[in-house]
Design a protein around this ligand. Structure first.
Ligand code: C2O
Ligand code: CU
Length: 505
């Protein structure tokens, strides 16, 4: 993986006058590692777990002694983790209790909740224009029929996804199943989310939103689960991390300070067929990787850093090359589930989408992502075009349960675009005419399309008909307006039902 291209990052424009003094920022690896709480259902019956979550403002102490207003699910950021079991439905009553307008930035705080990684019915998919205004409620149903995986729920409200997510509306959602539970891979105390974000603070402790003319926001403070550069104590054994890049625009390239290999066991759509090892891993926005790190060989007291390679930033207190550190305490209290696969080296032989082959594709399509006439576009179109068509315009109409091959071409030289296709898991079959990176050999729903890169993916379109979004997961790009949609249709169908929307213009 040595030839990985760096994610290009524009230098942060110096609004330094209003930035918080660097002396107020904690030194890396001084604050303790934290994990978001797991939320309990308000009730459960034979088939379903019911949750109530309110989107509301909260005050977080992210920098020691500094109060920062956030938007959070249940007022916290990251929000509470939902733990779901395959085969049991989740019904989620989501209330928008945010102020009518963002107190600083003035936009109307409408939201739309998307469970990223779920094959939801169209009306529960968090369609960007299906907004819930402050004071309104929407109940979502999640089928949880897919393989075990790390999903996340985050805001998708049209044109304000970036601000809402940046303010804190993002959280993990873990789907577990009997196969994953039976494998001897780390669990319980030896499993943790790592939700990576980056922020800029002003001298009052508020977040600064500066997306550099809708190209990207690059914060100088790196948070893991809401804590700047935390320190995690670990025992001498294996740990499993559910890594999620929840930043708006910052790509990461992960490497341990020891340069030891990490073992990747899962991708966006869950466990891989077999684990893969890599010393470096490129992580675009919204991508999830489950990574096992083995601390057995390190000495008590030893520190191992998780670093971000190849970062450029203009501010003098730049620590964006650091993410977090692990400090080894001593021997493991338990060595249960201290493996990276089953004894045959396998994880999930039936991993979703991994059985697909190019010969199965009944249709080939090409999508071009680029900047054109001052706009971010997908094959020449934007979400504004979709809105103008009364939500009918689509870039593709795959037939239900058929396999298609999509080629995604990044024609915008200086930018990478993590492209997310809703509804499906896909298999990356080619990257720039070559094999994909070994750590990408698992079910995916976001693909990192680097500068001038071309990737080919295969997906089976289903299990539902309907219109679903496809967009860049650089959220300022998505909001302006790098998003379009496709429609999964029946055999003889032309137009489908109108998607549910309460769209603002
Ligand atoms: Cu993670 Cu359409 O989103
Ligand atoms: Cu983009």
């Amino acid at each position: 993986a040595a030839a990985v291209a760096l994610p290009l990052e524009r230098v942060v424009s110096a609004k330094s006058a209003s930035r918080i003094a660097s002396s107020k920022l904690p030194r890396p690896y001084t604050l303790p590692f934290k994990v978001p709480p797991v939320i309990k259902p308000v009730r459960s019956d034979a088939t379903t777990d019911y949750y109530h979550i309110a989107q509301r403002t909260g005050v977080a102490e992210i920098l020691p002694g500094v109060k920062t207003p956030v938007f959070g699910y249940e007022g916290i950021s990251p929000g509470p983790t939902i733990r779901a079991t395959r085969g049991r439905e989740v019904v989620l009553r989501m209330t928008n209790e945010l102020p009518a307008r963002h107190p600083r930035w003035g936009y109307e705080a409408w939201t739309s909740c998307h469970l990223h990684g779920s094959a939801s019915l169209p009306q529960y998919d968090g369609y960007a224009s299906d907004i819930t205004r402050p004071g309104q409620v929407k109940t979502y149903r999640y089928p949880n029929t897919q393989d075990a995986r790390t999903l996340w729920y985050h805001d998708h409200g049209v044109h304000h996804t970036a601000e809402n997510a940046y303010m804190g509306l993002a959280a993990q959602y873990h789907l577990v199943d009997p196969l994953e539970q039976s494998l001897p891979i780390p669990k319980g105390d030896y499993e943790a989310p790592l939700i990576l974000t980056d922020k800029i603070f002003n001298s009052n402790g508020e977040f600064i939103y500066d997306d550099n003319g809708h190209s990207g926001l690059y914060g100088d403070v790196i948070l893991v689960n809401g804590v700047p550069w935390p320190l995690m104590k670990v025992e001498q054994r294996k740990y499993r991390f559910r890594v999620l890049n929840a930043s708006l625009a910052r790509g990461f390239r992960l490497q341990l300070s020891t340069r030891d290999p990490m073992t990747v066991i899962g991708t966006d759509g869950g466990l891989m067929v077999r684990p893969q090892t890599t010393a470096q891993l490129r992580l675009g926005m919204a991508e999830r990787y489950e990574i096992v790190i083995d601390f057995a060989k390190y000495k008590p007291g030893q520190r191992v850093e998780l670093r971000n390679l190849g970062v450029k930033n203009s501010v003098d207190y730049d620590n964006t090359g650091k993410i977090m550190a692990f400090e080894v305490t001593g021997p493991a209290k338990s060595l249960a589930d201290n493996a990276v696969s089953d004894p045959d080296g396998l994880l999930n032989p039936q991993a979703p989408a991994m059985d697909l082959a190019p010969a199965m594709a009944v249709q080939k399509r090409k999508l071009e992502v680029e900047r054109k006439n001052g706009q971010w576009v997908i094959s020449g179109t934007t979400w504004a075009d979709v809105v103008k068509s009364d939500y009918r315009k689509v870039v593709a109409k795959p037939k239900l349960d058929t396999v298609e091959q999509w080629e995604i071409v990044n024609k915008s030289g200086g930018w990478f675009h993590p492209v997310h296709i809703h509804l499906v898991d896909f298999k990356i079959i080619e990257r720039n005419g070559k094999a994909p990176f070994n750590y990408e050999l698992g079910p995916k729903d976001v693909v990192y399309v680097g500068e001038n890169e071309t990737v080919k993916v295969l997906a089976r379109f289903g299990p539902h008909k309907g219109r679903y979004m496809i967009h860049c997961h650089n959220l300022p790009h998505e909001d302006h307006d790098m998003m379009t949609q496709f429609e999964v249709v029946g055999d003889s169908e032309g137009e489908g039902d109108d998607p549910i929307t309460s769209a603002p213009p």
